[in-house]
Design a protein. Structure first.
Ligand code: FMN
Length: 301
């Protein structure tokens, strides 16, 4: 009943781990999969190891958290070893990659595509170093170049992950579709935002600002999915502030075929996956739905 299909890849249920939360090694991704997620997205990684920012890199605020981890990762060669160790049983594994230019994205695709079902392009991190992340996803030209390069290199479906920090997300979504993206995930963190420690009169985060995630961003994420669904034909994955099955239903009604969950795991633990699946199945039975397919986009006129 909970199965969903995206670009020919079958998910046992529509829930997956969002990039950057517990996705840095095989053992934590295996744990998430055993806890009921239909799929996992890895932490974003690059060609070479990258240290990221010094602590503090996250801070809790009303309605969520602000993070500026700075895309720390051990580089593709180390990450590949983790991807190989993921226990593959009816689950979907997605690698999240980032780079500074088309060549880096193509090389990353070629390195990892044999070990994953799909590849997500992080062109949307709001606290990445200049030239990476949202500085790509805020430009139609750069988004087009990067998505085309990744698509040309890839044998597996390509997901472009979008930033909400743009004037018109629909324009970027259409550009990514034109460039060959098979799917879009939205949204990455909002902002950037800032929290100031009033005792020392300084920003809390070492990077000063970071991306906002958690409950407060959900209405913005749902609206983005809704608007993009009206204008593109490729499947959408909803992300942002999902804690309950009701949240998932909102995203599916807005047009998502699956969702990703990040911050809720920090607050509620890995049990969030089985609890949402249980609630979603009960809801579907009560409302007379026999598949996720029947629910996708029904909030539209
Ligand atoms: C601590 C932390 C690290 C993250 N790292 C990444 C990352 O490496 N790549 C990426 O595409 N998104 C990253 N994100 C963004 C999430 O994948 C997600 O898009 C965002 O947090 C909204 O979902 P949520 O409210 O369920 O957390 C990160 C988010 C958090 C909170």
């Amino acid at each position: 009943m909970l199965k969903t299909n995206i670009c020919g890849v079958e998910f046992q249920n529509p829930l997956m781990l969002a990039a950057g939360i517990m996705g840095s090694n095989a053992s934590s991704m295996n744990w998430i999969l055993k806890s009921g997620a239909g799929g996992v997205v890895s932490k974003s990684f690059s060609l070479n190891p990258h240290p990221g920012y010094v602590n503090p890199t996250t801070v809790a605020v009303d309605g969520g958290i602000i993070n500026a981890i700075g895309l720390s990762n051990p580089g593709v060669l180390n990450f590949k070893e983790e991807l190989k160790k993921i226990e593959r049983k009816n689950n979907v594994v997605i690698a999240s990659i980032y780079g500074a230019n088309p060549d880096e994205f193509s090389k990353l695709v070629l390195e990892v595509q044999d070990y994953v079902d799909m590849i997500e392009l992080n062109i949307s991190c709001p606290h990445a170093m200049e030239g990476y992340g949202a500085s790509i996803g805020q430009s139609c030209d750069l988004s087009h170049t990067i998505v085309s390069a990744a698509k040309d290199a890839s044998d597996v479906p390509i997901i472009a992950k979008l930033t909400p920090n743009v004037t018109d997300i629909v324009e970027i979504a259409k550009t990514c579709e034109d460039a060959g993206a098979d799917c879009l995930s939205l949204i990455n963190t909002l902002g950037p935002g800032m929290k100031i420690n009033i005792d020392v009169a300084k920003p809390v985060l070492s990077n000063k600002f970071g991306g906002m995630s958690g409950k407060a961003i959900k209405p913005i994420a749902v609206r983005n999915v809704y608007s993009v669904y009206e204008e593109v034909d490729i499947p959408l994955i909803g992300v942002g502030g999902i804690y309950t099955f009701e949240d998932v239903v909102e995203f599916i009604y807005a047009g998502a075929r699956a969702v990703q969950i990040g911050t809720a795991i920090m607050d509620e633990g890995v049990e969030v996956f089985s609890e949402i699946n249980k609630g979603l199945e009960n809801f579907m039975k009560q409302k007379g739905f026999s598949s996720i397919d029947e629910m996708v986009g029904i909030a539209h006129d």
